[in-house]
Design a protein around this ligand. Sequence first.
Ligand code: ADP
Ligand code: MG
Length: 706
Amino acid sequence: MPARNSPPNLVTPADPGATPVASLPGVGPALAEALSRLGLERVQDLWFHLPLRYEDKTHVTAIADLRPGERAQVEGVVEAVERGFRYRPQLKVAIGDDSHQTLMLRFFHFRRSQSEQLQPGTRLLCYGEVRQGAQGLEMVHPQYERLSADEATPVDELLTPIYPTTEGLGQKRLASVIAKALALLPPDAQLELIPPTLCEAHGLTSLREALLYVHRPPPDAHLGQLTTGRHPAQQRLAFEELLTQHLSLKRMREAVRRRHSPSLRGTGVLRERLLANLPFGLTGAQQRVSAEIAGDIAQSEPMLRLVQGDVGSGKTIVAALAAVAAVESGYQVALMAPTELLAEQHLHHFRHWLTPLGIDVAWLAGKVAGKARQAALAQVASGAHVVIGTHALMQDGVAFARLGLVIVDEQHRFGVQQRLALRDKGADIETGLVPHQLVLTATPIPRTLAMSAYADLDVSAIDELPPGRTPVQTIAISNARRFDVIERIHAACLEGRQAYWVCTLIEESEQLRAQAAEVAHAELSAALADCRIGLIHGRMKPKEKQAVMDAFKAGELSVLVATTVIEVGVDVPNASLMVIENSERLGLAQLHQLRGRVGRGAVASNCVLLYQPPLGQLARERLQVMRETNDGFRIAEKDLELRGPGEVLGTRQTGQLSFRIADLARDAHLLPAVQEVGAQMLERHPQAAEQLITRWVGGAARYAHA
Ligand code: ADP
Ligand code: MG
């Protein structure tokens, strides 16, 4: 073992990984400082600092064989040099090779000496990304070296790993430190933290071999496999990284579990009255999930539960029942929704259900200002039973008297951080009690993702729709047949049906979105002169929006032209026709949410996906899925397949999921085993689990957010 050669008091063979990087030969204070900026403090941090990608300089590609978009190594002779100053300084160097083609090298930053060295006739070896330029193929700022006329082309023997790095620390230097660290890599018996029985049971191969392979792939390594992260060595490491993330989420949840919450057992009196007042009975799924929640919040251990239910599955009443139990126990409830419109709908429903029971429901949104805000804050502080609002609930100055339960609707719009912030806001300084937490999501999260991204939550599913719903029939129609669609709406309205017409202009500004909706509103108003057409968009005042929604609900409007503000939560059971403009631009999750606004009553509903041809491959597949199924879980699985987890979970979520080597979509097949090994380790080898987290998370604590 090379460790023997190192100073014995610095690198101990017992645990070379725990040694500071400064103990490696040639690592002085400046380099150690640069490494620490990358979170690399110990030798083992270097072992697990994995390449982002690889460069293949093991052979030379003929210019004639280059393809735009690929990275390649090219050897050629300078044919012409031109220095330009037209827009900005530029050095253009044309090189040619035996394939009788020319490649343009472009430099925008260069020294005079450089341009002098690159005279016609100079032999060059370059490496870079090939682009299609105006006058043929080119490379911008390629790496290059000059070769003497008779020298053999110096190609590498191994693929070159490219590491994440920081300013002032070049790839070569970083790679050389990592190589020194790898020389200290102990045998598996010492390195492996996953117990041997579990490794065997799940076919996990040598960790040492895997690390050596990804840091120094052999000459015959499969670049395609390595580039896509599918090489067995990478998969071995991805498994360990996913396991680490899983363990750290579980650990975070254990930390929450060690805190205490008020026991919200309730008396059941108000619950019975609420149920008796409802015009419907709960579905089996609602009863089951409601019982799970009641069981959780009766405990003094904090509840962390995610309720998944497809659009229209009836999550709101389940949340209201939980709220009632909290109020019966003398505690406050906060309900947070991602948009004002959705929060208003909740306010409407909760007041409708709870006011008759003597429960007061307060309102606190971002737009509540001045005196009204002071009054609302005073109400919250003096113990208003239920407080509903947007993320304004988390702002400074909002103080609850006795918060016992936090309900967050439409989870995917909020990040883990926000979820935790609201929980902490409710923590009682005197008693140390934290509120229970209930998260509702209408976006069915594929099981594999839920296991990983929400390992800190228990999951309940409302997997049954209220009775009497008929599945929505969906068709896709080209915008060329827009008039047919308008005719069809006309006929439907004359029959007393109600329709949504959704404008989906994907513009960053709410103003442009509103304008698009105004245009559509004018068009439909002209075409359907004998029907009443309403308009709703995000630029309207809450009161105006509410008035329009009320009119639509009351059946005074036949058609509601809307932006995607109606995406979540809007509930008008009589509406049975949905037209989505430019549907090709929307993702599956959003289309499914929008379509979920119809099909809520007993009437058969229809959804028309208007699209602007020609359709791209992805858009075509999405519309096809929408036509085939109404099942939110199938749609979510498909969405994951088409888009990857980052987008499925929303960008805020993925901030938490930054992996070095794992990729949730690509490696989802590893998750069941990850979960199993994780459970075993937490139960039987908690210390190894802890070490594994330290190893992967290092000083940066990148998954730790509790
Ligand atoms: P979501 O899960 O999308 O939030 P909602 O809670 O808005 O669904 O419920 C959708 C509609 O179904 C509402 O009009 C609600 O009153 C109604 N509803 C909920 N549960 C039932 C039930 N068990 N039977 C009949 N209608 C129900
Ligand atoms: Mg809802």
